[in-house]
Design a protein around this ligand. Sequence first.
Ligand code: NDP
Ligand code: MG
Length: 380
Amino acid sequence: MKDIYLVGATGSIGMQALDVIREYKNEFRVIGIGIGKNIELGKKIIEEFKPKIISVQNECNLNLSYEPIINFGDEGLIKLAEYQSENEMLFVNALVGISGLNPTVHAIKAHKNIALANKETLVVAGDIINNLVKEYNVKLLPIDSEHSAILECLHGEDKKDVKCLIITASGGAFKDKKREELIDVKKEDALKHPNWKMGNKITIDSATMMNKGFEVIEAHYLFDIPYDKIKTILHSKSIVHSMVEYNDGVIKAALGSSDMHIPIAYALRYPHHEKLDCGEKLSLYDLTLDFKELSTKRFPCLGYAYLALEKGGIYRAVLNASNEAAVKLFLEDKIKFFDIEKIIYEELQKDEYKDIEYNIKNIIDLSYKIINDILERYGD
Ligand code: NDP
Ligand code: MG
């Protein structure tokens, strides 16, 4: 029996993780649930799974049918991450944005294995997280289709034989548009991802291709492969979720439907591949696979991820925070699509961040400072 602590339970990944847990209810017991602002959905989940400890983003009265421990805000997430149980513990982080970092840190320090959807954690603090994972001897498993595919392709292999990782990118909502056609696009268009149904932030990150920049950084820390051996490629159908090329010319690929239940189940039940009714199966007939070069001219945000890497540790926090604020503003109709990349670039140009010591506290403080400054500057 594994004890599950799921934060971000009301979101896209959170709800799909619950489907997997329902299907394997003899293996999992839900001990902790973290919800954000969607109280109605959160209450339904809580009443179904009856976790012992709950965290809610804002203070409120949940009026539950039983009496669990309830905490609120960022502190509530930390208390949930620290809560102990007697079985093997798995902390499933399905939070979005920088809010996911501190809960991961505390869960590792509380000796929990981590199934990580919150990619922002690795983007801003991958090296610190890896050190903690080693120090506390816990497992870190990715919940991201590309990284789950790479994990499959590396299974049983020797890393010194790896020529490169090849991360596929669908191209997002505007994959067939030229840059000049994007000037006045609306959030409703950007939110129409052709293959995946995901939360709003990552759907915009896919349209700007910032998501792929994040995934390169994520891959580096998850698999300990240098950046010059991590490539990205356009693959519009999202059938090949990613590949590993070996030195002898063999390319291993993991194929599947665009259904996150599958990578979620792999992370929760690693390394097993038993039957999964909640995951959509891929039909191999009539498949055509297309691959094209992914250009940073067409998608500057991918280039900005590399720019942040060049500028050093703390600039990954600058990259993430400026993106987080810009995407929020775009989703609130306060800026245009191209302003997202403009805001990120402007922030990365600032030298004032370069002497900030790279540690978890400074990453979090700086992230919220940048987010709040940008929201104030462009908000009304
Ligand atoms: P969603 O926006 O759908 O869900 C986010 C979840 O986090 C919700 O439960 C939300 O609560 C909760 N939340 C947000 N802010 C806070 C906060 N400050 N305190 C407590 N809870 C909070 O996002 P996704 O599920 O799409 O994405 C989650 C993570 O997974 C992201 O990092 C994303 O990049 C990554 N990912 C997602 C994929 C997908 O298919 N969706 C694929 C690969 C990676 P509420 O809704 O109740 O307000
Ligand atoms: Mg992905």
